[in-house]
Design a protein around this ligand. Sequence first.
Ligand code: AMP
Ligand code: ZN
Length: 136
Amino acid sequence: MKKVGCIFCRIAKGDIPSKTIYEDDEFRVILDLSPATKGHALILPKNHYENIYELDEESAAKIFVLAKDLSMKMKGKLKCEGLNIVQNNGEIAGQTVFHFHMHIIPRYKDDGQHIGWKQGKPTEDELEDVRKTIIG
Ligand code: AMP
Ligand code: ZN
């Protein structure tokens, strides 16, 4: 499953060269061309899924195992002090390339990056409403 015109399909299948740090039959892991920090990597499935909603469960499970392995490698080889795993779905959430990918972002002291959000202040009732909506 490859989508015509999708840059990450072409990179994942090896049609466009990339700084690959891991590859198997189903995935390619590349260095981000505009890295947030040293070692910022992207896990790309070779099949085209636009986002997490389209991703099948088996691939989803494998991606997290891969993320764990890569994290250990980053920690050991790059000596990062921490690591963020980021995965954006939809333009509103910051997705710019519409082929599922997971960011692995090693973190270092004084790396100048900030990955976070403004904290909300919901009431107990609001939290309970959300809880009921999700499980209902
Ligand atoms: P997102 O905003 O989650 O969709 O992330 C897209 C990421 O892909 C960004 O961090 C870009 O820097 C990265 N990116 C875009 N094009 C390429 C490319 N050709 N090779 C490597 N990374 C890329
Ligand atoms: Zn694609």
